[in-house]
Design a protein around this ligand. Structure first.
Ligand code: NAI
Ligand code: NA
Length: 395
């Protein structure tokens, strides 16, 4: 079929198989061109099909020759209806990995469920024996509780006061004011239930109980802090409460896996265009300005550059550098004072009239469509493609 982008709000409903494959290939080529990492051997990535999770899987596999198992929730294709992008990404990744003789298998299902955890444990036992790195990179608006079956929804709201600021519609470039009412009722608790550390802890406990964690195992989950500008809606908002919970969970996990000398870390990553971040008001405008400044200073990174640097310069070094709260920081370039000052200045100036000049909204737009395999150079979108792509290692 011929596949074109169909968008609704901040989501794109279609994905292009060869476009997604090209994007995965670009990430693989990036890692292949870099120095090898004396890194993990057997890796489980939870949330492996897009964003930071996919980049982590690519880094482990191609940077360190690791065997990888991926867990994700993606829609398979149907005749005449393309799959979700993570499906095509995974298909491309596993094909490339297997071509290079790397073990790569995956499980498509709800990572929050007990069944998917058991299925993953069985696959590890059968094929790999033990795991020495677990990456936890889920981003989801909903979670069905594994015990009660209750469905929780996370919300993106400020706490205590209405948030008013500029935001941009990244399709049209229109700047407007957003007003977001503060959290009420169970909003905070629900968001913590979905995006906090409970599920990460359950994963590590299931793996530990099954005796599939090797000695000195590490596990890493991803967090975000960001600038003052987005503080009320992000770090001091409902999602920030969930991230705080996730960060506290790291030390609990470390204690619970101390018999195998395991360690749990949170890595604070840079703001990047992913399906998860495009849904957060204000963030696209911030990212567009940030990209402009970071590209000018030659310190711009995408998911793959971030994850390669995280593995190479943070995780697999003699002594892991941590901040005063025990976190890995790979948002260091984003948070540089000169970068933030310049972003703040531009933020003040930004209007619908000047937005394409003073920001990299064009880059944001391209990155967004690239997530779905669109606007990728070298792809002829007028050509028929087969939407019925299979994932080689899908269990
Ligand atoms: P993403 O949307 O690209 O990836 C989410 C992954 O989770 C996908 O593989 C998806 O299939 C999987 N997933 C979602 N629900 C699932 C479920 N129920 N069962 C199994 N798999 C499921 O998101 P992104 O941005 O890579 O986020 C990953 C982590 O990184 C999140 O914790 C996020 O908060 C964090 N982060 C993101 C930043 C950003 O700017 N995008 C910045 C810093 C941290
Ligand atoms: Na991810």
């Amino acid at each position: 079929m011929i596949i074109t982008p169909r968008t609704r709000g901040f989501i794109c409903l279609t994905a292009h198989p060869t476009g997604c494959a090209k994007e995965v290939e670009r990430q693989i080529n990036y890692v292949n061109a870099k120095e090898k990492i004396d890194g993990p051997k057997n890796v489980l990535v939870i949330g492996s099909s897009t964003g930071f999770g996919l980049a982590s899987r690519i880094t482990a596999a191609f940077g360190s020759h690791a065997s990888t198992i991926g867990v994700y929730l993606e829609k398979p294709p149907k005749e005449g209806r393309p799959a979700s992008p993570g499906w095509y990404n995974t298909a491309a990744f596993e094909e490339k990995a297997q071509q290079q003789g790397l073990y790569a298998k995956s499980i498509n299902g709800d990572a929050f469920s007990t069944e998917i955890k058991s299925q993953t444990v069985e696959l590890i036992k059968q094929d790999l024996g033990k795991i020495d790195l677990v990456i936890y990179s889920l981003a989801s608006p909903v979670r069905q509780h594994p015990e009660t079956g209750e469905r929780f929804r996370s919300v993106l709201k400020p706490i205590g006061q209405t948030f008013k600021n500029k935001t941009v519609d990244f399709h049209t470039g229109e700047i407007s004011q957003v007003h977001i009412e503060p959290a009420e009722g169970d909003d905070i608790e629900n968001t913590v239930t979905v995006m906090g550390g409970d599920d990460w802890k359950r994963w590590m406990s299931a793996l530990h109980k099954a005796n599939v964690l090797s000695e000195n195992v590490m596990t890493v989950a991803y967090s975000y802090i960001g600038p003052d500008l987005t503080q009320p809606i992000y770090r001091d908002g409902t999602i920030g409460k969930a991230k705080e919970d996730l960060e506290h969970t790291a030390s609990e996990i470390t204690t619970s896996i101390s018999d195998v000398k395991g360690k749990a870390y949170v890595s604070v990553n840079k703001a990047l265009v992913t399906q998860a971040s495009s849904a957060i008001p204000v963030i696209p405008l911030y990212i567009s300005l940030l990209y402009k400044i970071m590209k000018e200073k030659n310190i711009h990174e995408g998911c793959i550059e971030q994850m390669y640097r995280m593995f190479k310069e943070r995780l697999y070094v003699d002594e892991i550098p941590l901040d005063d709260k025990g976190r890995i920081r790979i948002d260091d370039w984003e948070m540089r004072a000169d970068v933030q000052q310049e972003v703040e200045q531009l933020w003040e100036q930004a209007t619908t009239e000047n937005i394409y000049e003073i920001s990299d909204l064009k880059g944001y737009h391209t990155d967004f469509f690239n997530l779905f395999g669109f606007e990728v150079e070298e792809i002829d979108y007028d050509k028929e493609v087969n939407e019925m792509v299979a994932i080689p290692g899908l269990q």
